[in-house]
Design a protein around this ligand. Structure first.
Ligand SMILES: *Cc1c(COP(=O)(O)O)cnc(C)c1O
Length: 410
């Protein structure tokens, strides 16, 4: 029933094809999403444009100047639903995917039998037989892991491809430079280690002038010189825009695929992907001098019309969205008109001043934009005191999700 509702809404040419229930999620989260999925009842709806994700992938591939363009789909594709997102990316031509955990890799394999899947958390996170069975490639992060993988390959008599993840300064997962040199000198291990990819991760790629970028590039070039025939990958979304030196053989964007601003320049070169709308549950008039919400933190300076939207902090709307004296209010939008959030965000609702909206335009059931064309992901994140990555991951995993764009095949 909710699908029919959506078709009507989206108009011709666009089709809502998937819902969170198509995703094979765990039983527990299935229950939660099923409850929220009837859009007629949901307090807020997150619409994810798979066509825009495909377009963003093409733009990033073009920006990557000849490098292969992969996709980071960890954390359930940043909360947007790994299965429909990865399928759409595969249909656009993407063949290499990065997940964090082996279980994510297993789920992805069940949907994409032909993709190359790297598991970023390393060999430690899973059993070798599990990697083998689902044809997952571990991104190995230490000498011990490399020796363990080589020993496993020797034991089963198969050369299973892996990546080597080398740390060049961010100090997260990865070989340190000395340990990596040690590995490449260890001929016995190297002989049994089918290295398909050398990778490293940038700490400051969204700041073009940051000295960490050239420093990490030089360090990674030294790493590459030790295994010159192995394809190499350094750039995440922002790294792609640092120039050709950084794109190498393969790039690994995540955020920019999902419409996030990769930094570098005032205008976001990516197409917006997510639209979050809160549904108006009631509109009330408050007299000048009255207050709205817990703590009575907001006081009307004139007679005001206040809309209550069915989304609150239990849904992932950060409580920092609350209006507070002394800092600019967060805003939501209707027909491009901005309306300030007033008072505190509650557990499952928030209040918005709609006095400037024409009477009759906003009533019970009206959807107001919390994130979308007017209120960008970056703006909403900054009002919430966070970054687009965190906001996406929080919102995506909680709201009723609807998808725009046709998926083909399984
Ligand atoms: C998450 C991740 C990416 C993608 O980063 P974005 O900034 O979202 O483009 C790439 N590489 C690694 C190792 C990651 O963990």
């Amino acid at each position: 029933m909710h699908r029919r509702h959506l078709f009507g809404l989206l108009g011709p040419g666009l089709a809502a094809v998937a819902s969170a229930t198509d995703e094979n999620d765990s039983v527990a989260s299935n229950q939660a999403t099923a409850d929220a999925l009837d859009e007629d009842l949901a307090g807020a709806i997150l619409t994810i444009d798979l066509v825009a994700i495909q377009e963003n992938w093409r733009r990033l591939r073009a920006a990557a100047a000849g490098a292969e363009c992969g996709a980071a789909v960890k954390a359930n594709a940043y909360g947007l639903g790994m299965m429909p997102v990865a399928r759409a990316l595969f249909d656009a031509g993407c063949r290499t995917f990065f997940v964090a955990r082996p279980r994510e890799g297993e789920r992805l394999r069940s949907r994409l039998s032909d993709a190359t899947i790297y598991v970023l958390d390393g060999f430690f996170a899973g059993e070798p037989g599990h990697f083998e069975m689902h044809r997952l490639r571990p991104a190995l992060i230490s000498l011990d892991e490399a020796r363990g993988w080589a020993a496993f390959c020797r034991k089963i008599g198969r050369r299973l491809p892996c990546a080597l993840h080398v740390d060049t300064g961010i100090n997260r997962l990865g070989f340190d430079l000395d340990e990596f040199a040690h590995l490449t000198d260890d001929e016995a291990t190297m002989a049994d280690l089918p290295v398909a990819l050398l990778m490293s991760h940038l700490a400051c790629s969204d700041e073009s002038g940051h000295p960490m970028n050239p420093r990490q590039l030089v360090a990674f070039e030294q790493v590459r010189a030790r295994l010159p025939r192995v394809p190499a990958s350094l750039a995440n979304s922002s790294g792609i825009f640092l120039g050709e030196d950084f794109t190498m053989d393969l790039v690994r964007p995540g955020l920019a695929l999902y419409g996030g601003h990769p930094g570098h320049g005032a205008t976001n070169p990516m197409r917006p992907v997510v639209r979050l709308e809160g549904v108006v549950m009631q509109v009330r008039t408050v007299a000048a001098g009255e207050t709205v919400g817990y703590g009575a933190t907001w006081q009307a300076s004139r007679e005001s019309r206040i809309a209550l939207l069915g989304a609150g902090y239990k849904d992932g709307i950060p409580r920092r969205f609350s209006s507070e004296p002394g800092r600019p209010s967060a805003e939501v939008a209707l027909d491009g008109l901005r309306c300030p959030v007033v008072g505190r965000i509650s557990m499952d609702m928030m209040a918005v001043d709609v006095t400037e909206v024409p009477v009759g335009r906003v009533r019970q059931g009206t959807r107001m934009e919390i994130v979308g064309d007017t209120i960008t992901l970056e703006e909403a994140a900054s009002r919430a005191g966070t970054i687009s990555y965190e906001l996406l991951a929080r919102l995506g995993s909680r709201f009723a999700r609807a998808y725009i764009g046709a998926a083909t095949g399984g």
